[in-house]
Ligand binder design. Sequence first.
Ligand code: ADP
Ligand code: MG
Length: 242
Amino acid sequence: MALVEIENIRKNFGALEVLKGIDLTIEQGEIVTIIGQSGSGKSTLLRCINALEETSGGEIRIGGQRMAMDMPNLREMRQTVGIVFQAFNLFPHMTIERNVTLAPVLTGKITKAEAPALAEEVLSRVGLADKRKAYPGQLSGGQQQRVAIARCLAMRPQLMLFDEVTSALDPQLVGEVLKVMEDMARLGMTMILVTHEMGFARNVANRIVFMHQGRVWEQGPPAELFANPQTPELQAFLAASH
Ligand code: ADP
Ligand code: MG
């Protein structure tokens, strides 16, 4: 069974049709990169996958279980999916350790006594174990984004979603965040990423999905898709992103 099954997802905002029937199946351990012009529906799709947005039709299943706002087990279902945004949204008045362990403690996944060990583990994975006692304001943007990733890992998700997580960073800080994501990919995490980093898409993704006007316009393995785009829309998009 695929980890993520997306069937004919539609999303309207009033009269605006933003997703016009998306079908996608994502296997356990697969790294899928979504590319496409601004406004093509990439963020909306990610938000639907995590049920942060109510869909107007279709169905999303994760591990065979329906993910939708009206599900009684929505809270648990959401915990299986980590999502990282462009903005890190760390709590400025809490230590890094507290930021990454707050949700696991509040949801009863771990006890307070277990928090330091969990913080050590997930912060090590993003190379920031030595910042446990620091506050977000003392960290660079790249480091804060790595903390935001660690905070997701602390909930032990089955799937991670990344929405342009490096877009707000100074260019010299982008690499360290991509490296963390590459490490996660290597360790087998299933990931769906929206990114403008074509080098990362080419080198790390198993599959590229090109969205255009609310549809999956074209998809395939990076080498094929970049070398041989089939539609004029993808050709134009790739030409413009060089
Ligand atoms: P992308 O991430 O590909 O840039 P989005 O998913 O953010 O695209 O947006 C797709 C379209 O949906 C855009 O036209 C955007 O203006 C519209 N949109 C997104 N969120 C909302 C909302 N909450 N209300 C109304 N329109 C929205
Ligand atoms: Mg977006």
